[in-house]
Design a binder for this molecule. Structure first.
Ligand code: NAP
Ligand code: ZN
Length: 346
């Protein structure tokens, strides 16, 4: 066992505070990573508050992890000391499951999430990236392209892949009109990625306060959802609408923005249920779908795509002792566009 330093919440909604815990001794197939940066995802906030009813405490959040390899087990072949690596939202899965071959392990029942997940053979939950180091199986470690800075690349491990995967699955490409709803951590990555894939991108944000940034990131159009005219102007407009909003909405109003056969994909995960009139879907043969992060293979593909297109997150770096204030600001949509913790401040 090696002692790790981190920050944890001890109970639902409790502020994060310093916490010392054990990490396992590396096995032959493990990589030991010195964590340099960790992005702050809105999921961390839902989990600290137990908003989805699945949290285990003490809870060390963090699944947008970047760092440097400090040691590898004897069976590790893909990584060596000094490599720049990332870890995302899960650190194990049931490799025996046939769906692994279909490259969808994030949807398997045996998925082990990076933090607050029970671990087979251990009394302790997984502990995440708001900490100094991690021990992770080689198959769940990603390579970060050399041209991407470790701090701004960290959010790619969740925000990046969470948008990349549905954009690819629903074929964002030239000729397609894609709307990104919510210009936060996930949303701003969606704008950059959909633009790089060649789609015509529209941002739907509560106000126009981030319009200049959105247009610079690649959006062709930017509308305020607080203005009722937006819903008239854009009725029937989009092939694909990806909703990154962390709160409940008037879902029917947004479905009305889809073309016939258009799809609205929820990646934002509000704590309350989604209710809907069936006629928001029926007349336009519309699809309402969900999507969760991406597989390891797809995450590496996304990182390589970002390397080729020089895409990283727009970040605000914080020290670890600013994390509770950062959560308050995130609750008010006051972040441009991702907080990233500098782990040297731990
Ligand atoms: P974030 O940075 O806080 O961004 C959310 C954005 O949603 C805000 O910036 C805001 O954009 C908009 N918004 C917030 N409250 C709103 C409200 N009441 N009404 C309308 N719009 C509102 O959060 P994030 O890290 O991007 O995460 C977003 C959601 O995705 C969270 O629920 C998170 O748990 C979930 N998530 C899901 C996955 C997955 O795999 N499916 C992965 C990661 C995160 P504007 O200011 O532009 O309006
Ligand atoms: Zn996340």
């Amino acid at each position: 066992m090696a002692t790790a330093k981190g920050y944890a919440a001890q109970a639902a909604g409790a502020p994060l505070a310093p916490f010392t815990f054990d990490r396992r001794e590396p096995n032959a197939d493990d990589v030991v990573i010195a964590i340099k940066h960790c992005g702050v995802c809105h999921s961390d906030l839902h989990m600290v508050d137990n908003g989805w009813g699945m949290s285990i405490y003490p809870l060390v959040p963090g699944h947008e992890i970047s760092g440097v390899v400090t040691a590898v087990g004897s069976a590790v072949t893909k990584f060596k000391e000094g490599d720049r690596v990332g870890v995302g939202c899960f650190v194990d899965s049931c490799i025996g499951c046939a769906t692994r071959d279909l490259d969808r392990e994030q949807y398997m029942p045996g998925l082990i999430q990076t933090y607050s997940n029970p671990q087979p053979g251990s009394d302790l939950p997984t502990y995440g990236g708001y900490s100094d180091h991690m021990v992770v199986k080689e198959g769940y470690v990603l390579s970060i392209p050399d041209n991407l800075a470790l701090d701004a690349a960290a959010p790619l491990l969740c925000a990046g892949i969470t948008l990349y995967s549905p954009l690819r699955h629903w074929n964002a490409s030239p000729g397609k009109k894609v709307a990104i709803l919510g210009m936060g951590g996930l949303g701003h990555m969606g704008v950059k990625l959909a633009h790089a894939m060649g789609a015509e991108v529209t941002v739907l944000s509560q106000t126009l306060s981030k319009q200049d940034d959105g247009l610079k990131m690649g959006a062709a159009h930017y509308y305020a959802t607080s203005n009722p005219e937006t819903f008239k102007t854009l009725a029937g407009e989009f092939d694909l609408l990806i909703c990154t909003v962390s709160a409940g909405l008037d879902w029917g109003a947004y479905l009305g923005l889809l073309k016939v056969d258009g799809a609205m994909v929820l990646v934002g995960a509000p704590e309350e249920s989604v209710s809907l009139n069936a006629f928001a879907l029926i007349p336009g043969r519309r699809t309402l779908a969900g999507s969760m992060i991406g597989s390891i293979k797809e995450t590496q593909e996304m990182l390589d795509f970002c390397g080729e297109h020089n895409i990283v997150a727009d970040i605000e770096t914080i020290s670890i002792d600013q994390i509770n204030d950062a959560y308050k600001r995130m609750q008010k949509s006051d972040v441009r566009y991702r907080f990233v913790i500098d782990m040297a401040t731990l």
